[in-house]
Design a protein. Structure first.
Ligand code: HPA
Length: 251
């Protein structure tokens, strides 16, 4: 089954975050490979993350979908959580769309909406590039070309696509209200616990990167609420159809 993925030679991959796994169905499922069948990869320990590659197709072109990802907060290194990106690169993937569930910080956003990641704040205290390559340029992690393509697709599909800076924290706990005020001051528009190591690794390999956050909740302290992972997954699931529509129109 792994050979089927390799032989299809997909050039585009999509990583699906918490509660967003169902997006794969929109691309048709030609074959599935659990991560633990891929050397160097293992299944996620987080509910809402399936842990498999799916081969789908859009306009006749193969698309590799990663349903679920590994996180630093599972106790892994940044090198380990980015093994899937190196695997994708090895089999010929040149373009990756990283999706995640995130807390909304910017006032003009809405819960259940999508945010195109324009840039990130790496507040996780680590990087997959420890040990090298050193001094990689990160001035355009999220490809302007891909961003424009996604914005055009959103307009065509009559979908609101917010834009902003994604701040990645280690987790696994959600933030305090004071931390969210700090993040807002630092220029963050949304907050999450993933994506950034993968984006850094993919850029360092010369891949084209796009990032989309599903805004599953208001960040801590912005509304009278407490945060629950099950709710994050539920909102993600409910809004998956919009994300699928956007991705299908853009690719
Ligand atoms: N904070 C961090 N990670 C998240 C959030 C949040 O509010 N929502 C979904 N993932």
């Amino acid at each position: 089954m792994l050979a089927a993925l390799q032989n299809a030679r997909p050039e585009t991959a999509i990583v699906l975050g918490s509660g967003l796994g169902a997006v794969a169905e929109a691309f048709g499922i030609e074959c599935e490979v659990p991560y633990d069948q891929v050397p160097g990869l293992s299944a996620s320990t987080v509910p809402g993350h399936a842990g498999r590659f799916v081969l789908g197709r859009q306009n006749g072109k193969p698309i590799l979908l990663a349903q679920g990802r590994r996180h630093l907060y599972e106790g892994l290194t940044a090198h380990e959580v980015t093994a899937s990106i190196r695997f994708m690169h090895e089999i010929g993937v040149r373009r990756v769309v990283l999706t995640n569930a995130a807390g909304a910080i910017h006032d003009s956003f809405h819960v259940g909406g999508l945010m195109l990641i324009t840039d990130h704040l790496n507040l996780q205290g680590t990087t997959p590039l420890l040990g090298g390559p050193h001094f990689h340029d990160m001035s355009e992690v999220y490809s302007l070309t891909l961003r424009e393509r996604l914005l055009v697709a959103a307009r065509e599909q009559h979908l609101t696509l917010h834009q902003g800076v994604y701040a990645a924290l280690l987790g696994p706990q959600y933030e305090t209200p004071a931390e969210i005020r700090m993040l807002r001051t630092l220029g963050a528009d949304a907050v999450g616990m993933s994506t950034v190591p993968e984006a850094i690794q993919a850029r360092a390999l010369g891949m084209e990167v796009a990032g989309i956050s599903m805004l599953t909740n208001w960040a801590a302290g912005l509304k009278a609420q407490t945060l629950h992972h099950a709710e994050v997954v539920e909102v993600g699931k409910a809004a998956s159809a919009d994300l699928a529509k956007l991705l299908k129109a853009a690719l």
